[in-house]
Design a protein around this ligand. Sequence first.
Ligand code: AMP
Length: 279
Amino acid sequence: MTEQLTSLSALRDRVASWRRAGERVALVPTMGALHRGHLAVMQTAKADGARVVASIFVNPTQFGPNEDFHRYPRPLADDIALLEKGGIDAVWLPTVDIMYPGGFATTVQVKGVTEPLEGAFRPGHFDGVATVVAKLLQQVMPDTAYFGEKDYQQLAVIQRMVADLNMPIRIIGAPTVREADGLALSSRNRYLSAEERQTAAQLYAALTEAAAAIRAETGEVEAILETARQRVLEAGFRAIDYLDLRDPVTLAPTTSLPARLLVAAHLGTTRLIDNISVE
Ligand code: AMP
């Protein structure tokens, strides 16, 4: 049974009971609309032998005014069924009032690693992410917290925050789970039309092709990246926010390896992100 925790006191009592029994606790924060990618992250946590708390909270403060907060999918019954099937111990379901009661006035702002890429195109996004994750970590007080590499910059931001604030929590990245054609699983994939869904796979194809060319040093990095950008646009994407090679920790521009290749691009009204390691 996945225990549904809807008050902070119930959450804290459950975690305390596990601690008294000498068990370790892992947190996997999500915004729900769960898929195999989320479940894989949770299974990684479970395989490490910890009690697993998933959280589901569609965090309003990490969405921009023109983003999809209101239409973001919230299939709670399906989510609970998936968690049950995955043998997840508990799900923390805070409301907006629990997270942001009247008078709430604190923002956790990580500098540097938040500024390029997503930070440049989604102003305020990582303030929302860092603040809500800091709160979730304080609420659950887990030993470990798991984040998907799918949101690579988010993982880097959380690593930075936890180090800077001396939070005694180990942050663990889990590999991206993909469809058979390479498309990274995402709650937002359900916005894609059948035709867009076909095109979407070209994003990962362009990344893997560029990564191979960079590894093989077939040309200047910038020329390889430009070819990849052209390929994404020719495939039918409407616009590219970025397709860049970055330092894997600071996310500063780089041409040396190991590096991370990251992309954000618009397909119709849907914005897709992906990234891969280049070693
Ligand atoms: P979200 O619900 O989109 O906020 O995602 C919750 C967590 O699941 C984040 O740490 C994501 O990086 C992770 N995640 C989402 N999609 C995938 C995927 N396809 N593979 C691995 N992890 C994922």
